[in-house]
Every structure is written in C-alpha cells, then in structure tokens.
Design a protein around this ligand. Structure first.
Ligand SMILES: *Cc1c(COP(=O)(O)O)cnc(C)c1O
Length: 375
C-alpha cells in the first residue's frame, strides 16, 4: 500500500532531543526554541515568533490577543479545518462563513465585503495547499473597516505572495508542524506576531498570564499574574525535533516541489481529457508543494477514483467537509448557499505526497489515475 503521508525524519531529531535532555532544561523556551524562533525571524522576516503546541493553540492565542468577545463576528472560509473556526467559537464569536473561489478552495475575496457588519472583528484567510489568498484585497478591506487579519498559514510554510512570505502579511499568523505538514514535530505550531503592539501581550498569554518571559530576559525584576492566559508553549523536546527539521528545510522543499511538478506533468493531459482540474498557481503567488490535489468533475467520478486507487494499493483521500453544514454548525448557520465550498467538499482528492515517495511509486500512482480516468 502506498500511504497518503509518511512523516519524514531528517536524521538529527534524536540527537537534538538527547542534547535537550542532557542540557538539564526540558521545559519550554530553552536553547532549541530560541534557535527555531531565530530561524523563522531571520529567514522570513517575521516580527516575532512564538512556538506553540499546535496551530490550533496559535489560533486560540490569536483569538485571545484580539479580545474576541461574545457576539463578535469573524469571517473565514467554510472550506477549512475545524480549528480555524473553533478557536474563535471558544471565545463566543459568531462565525461568518464565506465561499471559496472558483479558481481554488481559497476564500473568494470578492465575497468578503458584503459580509462585513459593525460587529465584524476579524478576517481569517486560510492559504489552502500553501497557495496564497489574495492578501492585497484582504488587507485593503481590513484597513478600510479596521479589522484584524489572522492568516491561517498552517499549510503555508515557505510560500510567498508577491515576494512576501505567507505569515508575514496579517497582524497575526498561525503555522502547524503536525506530522502531515511539510516541516513537522509530531504535534506543534507557531504564532507569528507581525503587529508590534501585540507582542508583549502575546508572550504573557502564552505563559499562563504571567510576565515570565520578560522576567527571564531581565526586563522586569519579578514576575506574576498580569493578564489572562494559558500554557501554549511546547517543551524543548518538541523544539529540538523541530530544529532538526528546519535545518533540512531547503532539501525537503526541493524534493516536495520536484514531486509536485512531476504529478502536474504526468497528469496534465488526462485531466484535460476527463474534466478534472489540477491546482493552478495564481500570478504573484508561489506553490510550496504542501499538497497535490485534483478537482474531479463530480462526486461520482471522485468516488470511483478513490475506490479504484485503493484497490490498486494507493491511499488518496478527500479533504474538508464544509463547516457551515457540519453537525456542530448547521443549525447555527444563517448565511446562504456556499456553492464553491460544497463543490470542493464533493470533488477534491489529495494524492500521496511525501519526501520519501519514490519516482517509481509516483509513476505507478500516475499510471493508475490515467487508467481509471480514461474509462
Ligand atoms: C493542520 C491545520 C490546522 C491545525 O493544525 P494543528 O497543528 O494540528 O493544530 C489548522 N488549519 C489548517 C488549515 C490546517 O491545515
């Protein structure tokens, strides 16, 4: 069986974990966390990076930081992972789901303005498959209506919008290092704080509502309870694992991009002939090879494709189910039909894509897809 995903190990993970353990400090924000923070701040120019135990946690921190109150409205796509919405629901927000666009599962930026009301507090664009949302238009709207922008950049490491790294554009951004992402630490995430006015409080919220981070830097001479917060920081064991991955980022990205291109070239013709759409990179945006997906022409074609691939030993999978029609949300949903969100819910297929996928296995996958789609 060719799995959908296989976590890649750079080889140094256990060595660095041993170093962390031997250092005598294994709680959060030790040497490895600092190395990870510095890596991101230097490579991508993020203002302030704070490792968290997941992207979900980083999104929950974001909701706390922008002071979401019961009844505040937050605009986001319905075609996304539950955490994008749940983090704000936890604070009592009313989620306003926007449709995806025709080109890609990303938020349709032209649908946003009509959803803005005096209660709107934030927009949460999700860079699906690591491909950028149209951030210029989103930031323009945010400026016009004084809204916060939180990028759900869970899938978007090392990807760009008009030469700006994703995660550097919104006031805040959340990344994931879950084992299904490009760079991993098992579970793990990071909050990026680009608005300097939010940095100090982000440190406090992450450290149980205390000013402990400032204390360890020597900025204050004692620390105590100064605000609300929780425990969002990961241990050094996770940071050590992550740093081993970050050192290999270029190599990982190179291999993933190579495999992504190979899928595209191998499937272009059959896609055209069978009414299947391949992902396209919109001008001014890059592809970080987080995911290779197909958009089938209808649900029946997808069901057949998934079933026959499975019989051939290939594990391809569908993706999100529109959140506005989820069991939790459908009775709360007050908006209209979200045509494109439901469209991708029924038609999208993700193909195996991981560092160790061999060219031979990939050829086998491509041949099977060609075979299935030509019948
Ligand atoms: C993976 C993912 C998350 C959640 O990440 P965790 O680190 O598992 O909490 C959130 N949003 C999107 C778009 C994701 O792909």
């Amino acid at each position: 069986m060719i799995p959908f995903n296989k976590p890649f190990l750079s080889g140094k993970e256990l060595e660095y974990i041993r170093d962390a353990v031997n250092s005598g400090k294994i709680s959060g924000d030790g040497i490895f966390a600092q190395k990870c923070h510095r890596f991101f701040e230097e490579k991508y120019g993020f203002k302030k990076c704070l490792l968290t135990t997941s992207c979900t946690d980083a999104l929950e921190m974001a909701a706390l930081l922008i002071n979401i109150q019961p009844g505040d409205e937050v605009i986001m796509p319905s075609y996304t992972f539950v955490s994008t919405a749940n983090a704000f629901v936890l604070r009592g927000a009313a989620i306003v789901f926007a449709d995806s666009s025709e080109d890609s599962p990303n938020l349709d930026v032209n649908a946003i303005e009509a959803l803005i009301t005096p209660k709107t507090k934030a927009i949460v664009p999700v860079h699906y498959a690591g491909m950028a949302c149209q951030m210029d238009k989103i930031m323009d709207l945010a400026n016009k209506y004084s809204l916060w922008v939180i990028e759900d950049a869970a899938q978007a490491i090392d990807s760009f919008y008009k030469d700006k790294p994703l995660g550097s554009i919104g006031h805040l951004a959340a990344f994931s290092f879950h084992e299904t992402k490009n760079i991993i630490s098992g579970e793990g995430g990071m909050l990026v704080v680009n608005d300097p006015a939010l940095i100090e409080r982000a440190e406090i919220i992450r450290e149980k509502g205390t000013n402990r981070s400032a204390f360890f830097r020597g900025d204050v001479n004692k620390y105590g309870w100064v605000d609300i917060g929780s425990s969002f920081l990961p241990s050094e064991i996770i940071a050590a694992f992550l740093y081993a991955q970050l050192e290999q980022l270029e190599d990982i990205q190179k291999r993933r991009n190579y495999l992504w291109q190979r899928y595209w070239t191998g499937l272009e013709k059959i896609a055209c002939a069978s009414g299947v759409r391949l992902p396209k990179t919109i001008e001014g945006t890059t592809n970080n090879a987080h995911m290779f997906y197909l958009v089938c022409k209808d649900l029946q074609q997808r069901t057949t494709l998934l079933k026959l691939l499975k019989e051939a030993g290939v594990l391809a999978v569908f993706h999100y189910l529109s959140l506005h029609s989820s069991e939790f949300f459908k009775h709360k949903y007050k908006g209209g039909e979200l045509y494109w969100s439901d469209f991708y819910t029924d038609r999208l297929v993700r193909l195996p894509l991981y560092y160790e996928l061999t060219n031979t296995d990939q050829d086998y996958i491509i041949d099977n897809i060609i075979n299935i789609l030509s019948h």
